[in-house]
Write a protein that binds this ligand. Sequence first.
Ligand code: NI
Length: 259
Amino acid sequence: MPIFDTHAHYDSNSFRADRDEVLSALPAAGVSLVVDPGCDLESSREAIALAERFPHVWAAAGIHPSDCAGTGDAELAVLRDLCGHEKVVAVGEIGLDYYWKDNPPRAFQQQVFRRQIELALELDLPVIVHDREAHGDSLAIALEYPGLRGVFHCFSGSPEMAQALLKRGWYLGFDGPITYKNAQKAPEVAAVTPLERILVETDAPYLTPVPYRGKRNDSRNLPYVLEKLAEWKGVGAEELTRITWENGLRLFSKIRVKE
Ligand code: NI
């Protein structure tokens, strides 16, 4: 069964030395689809450039809350153009990050988040949401927009928050941290999440699963996430691989896979 890594940053500097090598090796290692989300205009352009060169790579374009300082009409106009590219399948990653003290002010993050959601709705694209230590506001904003489709990437909220999102059709992303010993909420979140709303992500080069925690992450480590989640959900890893592949194609519906 092919694997779909719905969130990996191959435009990151961590892959400077061997980016082409790693990306070229993915299909033979079982990873047949990747979405590479941008974090600002420049990395969105780089993600698109990779998507143009590698058939199994698709891009998302967006401005991350940590990088949203100075975002205004001009930047959003550029973002709109980037989103028109045939291989851009989502607006992301966007959202709220209250963890880093030197991030832009919360009210400004919320404004940029809302404007990018409105762009996604206008262009009929799903969103990829980053929510770090901002659960209440992220949930409230997500629920403000009926008809908005998307994924809460590396979901770290409560089971109750998960249920509120699931009720509105959202997908939840599961990443390497579910393999860590201190993963407490994740099994409860997985328990309330129906199989057809689960996406698996690496967030490469970050969030490397056990047993490679501490090393650079890439999509070839996704089976460790799939195995843990399959165990929690009581299904086979192969079955979950197939289901998450279909889920990814359903959400990122611009993707066309050649038979
Ligand atoms: Ni990310």
